[in-house]
Design a protein around this ligand. Structure first.
Ligand code: SF4
Length: 709
């Protein structure tokens, strides 16, 4: 019998990055509590965090042994680890030899730890020689990345969680924080109670639980955020509610933006958004004239065919009013996944290089290649998520390695994704669960360890790096993600570059972290002064944390100097553009998708415990009663919702929380609960031209009573 013990770790669900204490005994997790010493949550947990013990206690659905298919139509059959690893390495090396490195692609996940991400990135860009590595973080925050880089000169928010306590006006745009980031939402509520007079403006087409608590709710038409922010800026210029010192001393490009917003007076913007002009003007006044204004935003801005523009238009407001670089002020993108930030830091995406280096820069590529000891990092652009699966469908990409994510549920245009997976020569799926929609297409299944078993680090939304520690051993033969990748990497190196020094010599995650942090020296995210020992003794820390510093930096750009070459933040003129696929007589409804309070992603974890269904027991399509009555539909009717890309059947739920003309469906429900892969069956594959993030927040659809039988 093992002694009871407690292990400090980090919640695996969202970018708040709450600290948890895992109680375990005899190799089983017995309980999970909030860590009172973790700065992100000070002991608080939301319903998802509180259910971590139940999800971790169950081996239901876990992938316990490596498996492969001798033929595509055959069922997965168990195989030993060495055979599986040899097979994957040999098949991938064969594709590289026959078709070149860009015929291989890696699709990974914001659920991976930073160390896992680092090794995957090195395998793709350092050994295989392709930039075809992307992640499901592409679906959640890539527009925030491009927004920060274009305006402030570097990725990452300038803000920190403490700013929630100091803000006098909080603009929450495209985020139902009450469900998606509940611990931060509670902190915001506490701050409002402590500081009467604090105002919330919530921008959301739906009356979410967050919007219901707003002092001013702006229920804009889906996709019109840029018009709203440009109209607000027009009003601020007209009223003179600007910060001329910040504009003159710390920014460039204001005149071009000023000219651009001339076309968007509040009356025009309000009409485009479908809101009252006086509400828009009120929002602008609160934004500019409050001592400190904080913007919190998430998928509603990012998951758009012009998500970067939405980010830029909002940041323009902060730059024009000087609402940045002070306590309680600034633009603050909330990351959806627990380690989307860490993936960005190691450059684990097609459009990035390690430590925020630029993949388009010859100097940056040469630096990374020299550090890794490889000839070069490819200058050929890599494929971002949606393009990657389209290339798989057309045969340009032949083999794909998918880790810790479920694209057969989470990507848009699911019919095309399924065709792509069927067409591939080789699909490797590295997963903790053996029953996801994507595993059905795997030629090889590599069983990975899961939360409670993993060792490494994650970075939360406020740039804070926390340790993830194992409380128990993985079940069956499951292994750590980084170890699986390193094992395949070594085998591929022996086949592709025999006799060269081992690129994957790691014995522990600490060694990987040390290699990663060495690459950050001198960069904007420098963590040269931060190692596992310091995280052990002083707890989670924010970056940057260069060598010689006593602590990380809580708030960036406080001196009015930005990360651009000139040191000035760049205003970006971003005219309003409509959604990619407009509503029409044939498809008259705006469909938006989002999250439920107690579910997470495609339910691979939360879908296994009964209590996660108490708040929302069944999938629904939410519709305003007036729309239903016009169509002769009633609450509970089974309806077929169809776009030009796909269709699915859902029960109708009538609610005045969605405005007339709009619909809402949660994104969690998967093929285990539906007669389809999920609501993304109907979502189109349009992407933002700068961030390549798909427009999951808007589809044009029609609804009709389902024909049964
Ligand atoms: Fe986990 Fe996020 Fe909930 Fe915190 S707020 S307990 S990180 S799901």
């Amino acid at each position: 019998m093992g002694e009871p013990r407690t292990t400090a770790s980090t919640c695996c669900y969202c970018g708040v990055g709450c600290g948890v204490l895992i109680d375990s005994e005899d190799g089983r997790i017995t309980g999970v509590r909030g860590d009172p010493d973790h700065p992100a949550n000070a002991g608080r947990l939301c319903s998802k965090g509180l259910s971590l013990a139940q999800t971790a206690q169950s081996d239901a659905g876990r992938a316990l042994r490596p498996a492969w298919r001798p033929r595509r139509e055959a069922p997965l059959a168990p195989v030993d680890w060495d055979t599986a690893l040899d097979h994957v390495a040999a098949r991938l090396a064969d594709v590289v030899r026959r078709h070149g490195p860009d015929a291989v692609a890696f699709y990974v996940s914001g659920q991976l730890l930073t160390e896992d991400y680092y090794v995957f990135n090195k395998l793709a860009k350092g050994l295989v020689g392709t930039n075809n590595i992307d992640t499901n973080s592409r679906l959640c925050m890539s527009s925030a990345v491009t927004g920060y880089k274009l305006s402030l000169g570097a990725d990452g928010p300038p803000t920190c969680y403490e700013d929630l306590d100091h803000a006098d006006t909080v603009l929450i745009a495209g985020s139902n924080m009450a469900y998606a980031h509940p611990v931060l939402y509670r902190r915001l509520e506490a701050a409002r109670e402590a500081r009467p007079g604090t105002r919330w403006i919530v921008v959301d087409p739906r009356r979410t639980d967050t919007a219901a608590m707003a002092d001013l709710h702006l229920p804009i038409q889906p996709g019109t955020d840029v018009a709203l922010f440009n109209g607000m800026l027009h009003h601020l210029i007209w009223e003179g509610w600007l910060d001329p010192d910040h504009i003159a001393g710390s920014t460039e490009g204001f005149d071009a933006v000023k000219r651009m917003v001339r076309d968007t007076p509040p009356s025009v913007a309000a009409a485009l958004c479908g809101i009252r002009e006086r509400d828009l003007c009120q929002a602008a006044e609160w934004f500019a004239r409050s001592p400190a204004t904080l913007s919190l935003y998430c998928m509603g801005l990012n998951q758009s065919s012009h998500g970067t523009d939405k980010n830029l238009a909002l940041i323009n407001l902060h730059l024009a009013t000087g609402q940045i670089g002070r306590a309680g002020a600034g633009p603050f993108s909330l990351t959806g996944q627990p380690n989307a930030m860490g993936g960005r830091e190691v450059g684990g995406m097609a459009t990035m290089l390690a430590a925020h280096r630029d993949i388009a820069s010859q100097t940056d590529r040469a630096e990374v290649a020299a550090f890794w000891g490889v000839d070069a990092v490819s200058d050929r652009p890599g494929l971002a998520a949606v393009d990657m699966f389209q290339a798989l469908e057309t045969g340009k990409v032949k083999a794909i390695w998918i880790a810790c994510t479920n694209p057969a549920h989470s990507l848009p245009d699911l019919a095309a994704v399924r065709r792509a997976l069927r067409r591939a020569e080789l699909v490797v799926v590295q997963e903790a669960y053996a029953d996801t929609d994507t595993v059905a297409y795997a030629d090889v299944l590599l069983p990975a360890s899961s939360w409670g078993e993993k060792d490494g680090t994650v970075t939360n939304s406020e740039r804070r790096i926390s340790r993830v520690r194992p409380a128990v051993a993985p079940p069956g033969q499951a292994r750590a993600d980084w170890r699986i990748v390193a094992e395949v990497g070594r085998r591929m190196q022996a086949l592709l570059r025999p006799g060269t020094p081992d690129l994957f010599p790691y014995r522990t995650p600490r060694e990987i972290f040390d290699e990663h942090r060495a690459l950050t020296r001198g960069r904007d995210l420098d963590i040269g002064g931060l190692d596992y020992e310091l995280l052990e003794t002083r707890g989670p820390q924010q970056w940057p944390f260069p060598a010689g510093q006593a602590t990380g930096l809580a708030r960036r750009y406080a001196d009015g100097r930005y990360a651009t070459a000139s040191g000035r933040a760049r205003f970006q003129p971003v005219p309003y553009r409509p959604v990619a696929v407009a509503t029409s007589a044939r498809h008259p409804f705006h469909l938006t998708t989002g999250r439920l309070r107690d579910q997470w992603h495609g339910m691979s974890r939360t879908g296994r415990i009964a209590q996660a269904f108490s708040h929302a027991p069944d999938p629904t399509l939410d519709m305003h009663p007036a729309d239903a009555s016009r169509r002769g539909l009633a609450d509970g009717d089974l309806v077929r919702v169809a776009s030009r890309d796909g269709a699915m059947v859902l029960p109708l739920r009538l609610t005045e929380d969605v405005p007339p003309g709009s619909l809402f469906a949660a994104m969690h429900w998967n093929a285990q609960f539906l007669n389809s892969g999920g609501i993304n069956e109907v979502c189109n594959a349009a992407v933002d031209d700068k961030s390549f993030q798909p427009e999951l927040k808007h589809s044009a659809v029609r609804v009709e009573k389902a024909e049964l039988g």
